[in-house]
Every structure is written in C-alpha cells, then in structure tokens.
Design a protein around this ligand. Structure first.
Ligand SMILES: Cc1cc2nc3c(=O)[nH]c(=O)nc-3n(C[C@H](O)[C@H](O)[C@H](O)COP(=O)(O)O)c2cc1C
Length: 206
C-alpha cells in the first residue's frame, strides 16, 4: 500500500492543511501499518511551469524525442511515476482566491498527459483516465465555509475543480473534508477544526 500526500500549502508554520493531513496519515498508518508514505510537497517545491518546448516535447512520439525533449519531460515523468505508484492519495489544499494554489495547478499540468495518465479516443473524441483503482482524499482549509449547495458553495472553484480533475484522471473514489473558518479564531474555528479532525479519524480507519 503506497500513500502519497500531495501538499500545496505554501506555509510550514501554522498550516492547517499540513497539520490535518499529518494527523490523518499518522492515524492511517496506525490502522494500516504496511503503508509506505511519500510526500510530494508542491507548496515548498513548485513543479516547473510548462512551456512551449514542454508542449512540443509532450506531443512528439517517444521514439522521435530528442535528448533535450526527454530532459524537458524528466520532471513530469518522475511526478507521473510517483503518482502511478500511489494506491491512496491525500491532497492538502488551501483555498487561495477561491481556487487551488497555483503550485498545485503546475503539478496537474505536469502529470496530465495523454498516453501516460489519460487516454484519448479519436473516434469518440473522449478522454478516459488511466488512474483507476486509486482513492483520493481532499483536505481543504479555508477562511470561509463553502458547503456544497449553499450560496457560498457556488464560489468554491477549488474543490469542484479537484473533484473533476481527479475523476478525469480516472480516480472515481474521492472523499472530501472541508476545514472552514481557518484564521478567523474563536469558537467557530475551534469547532470546525474538531469536526474535520473527527471525520478524518473515521476515514483513517477505512
Ligand atoms: C493567498 C491567499 C488567498 C486566500 N484566499 C482565500 C479565499 O479565497 N477564500 C477563503 O475562504 N480563504 C482564503 N484564504 C485563507 C486560507 O485558505 C486559509 O488561511 C487556509 O487555512 C490556508 O491553508 P494553510 O493553513 O494550510 O496554509 C487565502 C489565504 C491566502 C494566503
């Protein structure tokens, strides 16, 4: 069992996403001691942004790729190999300006590649994700609360995007734990954090 944490908070000190992901993983490992854990910290080490040369290398058939093109894609290949090895994926994702951190978008731009993580069917003009048999958990901290179905929920371009992109990659089993009211202080933050931790402890058993 390989568990990959993809962490996208730019903060180390005081990061709610990091603290709650760590709590989940600690409890997960106590229930699943055979787990191999690996951290991909895109918040600290942002993946290289893709470029025109990257795009050209990506669409060049493997047998025609130059050494330079292989070098350009090396980071992407490494990130994909790591992702393919994972059975369980935990995403620590702060909401930044109603969306995901740019760091995480850079990660997805590197790992979403036809023939590697998704297939494209020309006849039906449709994609199918190759990351089947994997499960994902999104832990998303934010200052507000954006429960699905509420007025504020319509402003959440973070988790609906993540759910879509994980499904697009073939990961259908996606759990989501919202950690609202972070940084607001007081009873509401305390209560929301405790509720999120309790849910994560439940999920760690499954
Ligand atoms: C650059 C930036 C943008 C943010 N944008 C939002 C936002 O649009 N909505 C929101 O509810 N919180 C927003 N926040 C608050 C963070 O989501 C919240 O503090 C969260 O706990 C950060 O995650 P972390 O504690 O893991 O670092 C923002 C914070 C930062 C630093």
């Amino acid at each position: 069992m390989n568990l990959l944490e993809i962490q996208s908070s730019v903060r180390q000190e005081g990061s709610v996403s990091r603290t709650l992901a760590s709590k989940f993983i600690y409890h997960w490992q106590s229930h699943h001691p055979e787990t191999h854990y690996h951290l991909r910290d895109v918040g600290q080490n942002v993946p290289t942004l893709i470029t025109a040369d990257w795009v050209a290398a990506n669409v060049t058939p493997d047998e025609q790729k130059t050494d330079d093109q292989k070098a350009i894609l090396a980071e992407s290949e490494m990130l994909i190999a790591e992702l393919l090895e994972a059975d369980r994926i935990v995403l620590g994702v702060p909401m930044y300006n109603f969306g995901i951190p740019a760091h995480l978008k850079a990660y997805f731009d590197n790992v979403i590649r036809v023939g590697r993580t998704v297939d494209y069917n020309r006849d039906t003009a449709s994609f199918s994700g190759l990351l089947t048999e994997k499960k994902a958990l999104i832990i998303s901290s934010r200052a507000g609360s954006y429960a699905p179905g509420t007025t504020a929920g319509a402003m959440d371009f973070c988790v609906p995007y993540l759910q879509f992109i994980l499904n697009f990659l073939g990961i259908q089993d996606v759990e989501y734990v919202e950690v609202p009211y972070q940084g607001m202080g007081g009873e509401m933050q305390q209560q929301a954090t405790e509720t999120a931790i309790a849910r994560l402890m439940e999920l760690a058993k499954t």
